[in-house]
Design a protein around this ligand. Structure first.
Ligand code: HEC
Length: 165
């Protein structure tokens, strides 16, 4: 799988090659991280297309995700276990904008004000506080996917609503 994804962007020739080979890939295989900032990634990805390439069974990614969560001070608002502090918990099955990878990636990247400007509706009651944008603070999409992998790993909501592994 990765031969093709590594080549994407490296040459125009690759585009044709990748399209020719794409039949070999699972239709819904998430793209590998690009190394770009989350802000850049969101700008270029069509709505609904972003998917976490990591799984909660990958203990190293989960651990790194929690380290990043703490080092970027997400815990200051959401609590060190994601169980909520002055802000909403990240462990349940109620999500203000939806539960998908694509939505959560965009929310943390854009913050809640710009997310709403991008057409996402706030589904719950008002929280009275915005989620700040981290799209230019986190160094790469890889970091944000790791954080979101950790978030997935602390999920305690309805198992039927899980759309990830
Ligand atoms: C200044 C406080 C603050 C900080 C720091 C913060 N958040 Fe938030 N976060 C919020 C608030 C407030 C909301 C709810 C926004 C809304 O209701 O529109 C939220 C919502 C969220 C949600 C969606 C929760 C839901 O129920 O839908 C996720 C995921 C999230 N934050 C992740 C993070 C991550 C990851 C970081 C660190 C990179 C972070 N937050 C840093 C305040 C914060």
């Amino acid at each position: 799988m990765s031969m093709c994804s590594r080549m994407i962007g490296s040459s125009a020739l690759c585009v044709g090659l990748c399209i020719a080979q794409s039949g070999a890939f699972a239709a819904d295989a998430p793209a590998a991280p690009t190394g770009k900032t989350p802000a850049e990634v969101v700008q270029n990805a069509p709505k609904g297309s972003l998917q976490n390439p990591f799984k909660t069974t990958d203990a190293d990614r989960v651990q790194k995700g929690h380290d990043l969560f703490m080092s970027y001070s997400c815990n200051g608002c959401h609590g060190g276990t994601g169980g909520g502090g002055m802000c909403p918990p990240l462990t349940g099955d109620v999500w203000f904008y939806g539960i998908s990878d694509d939505t959560l990636f965009r929310l943390v990247t854009l913050g809640s004000i710009d997310l709403q400007k991008a057409g996402f509706e706030h589904l719950g009651g008002p929280t009275g506080m915005p989620m700040p944008p981290f799209g230019n603070i986190l160094k790469s999409d890889e970091e944000l996917w790791e954080i979101l992998t950790w978030v997935r790993s602390v999920y305690k909501g309805d198992p039927k609503k899980k759309t990830w592994e």
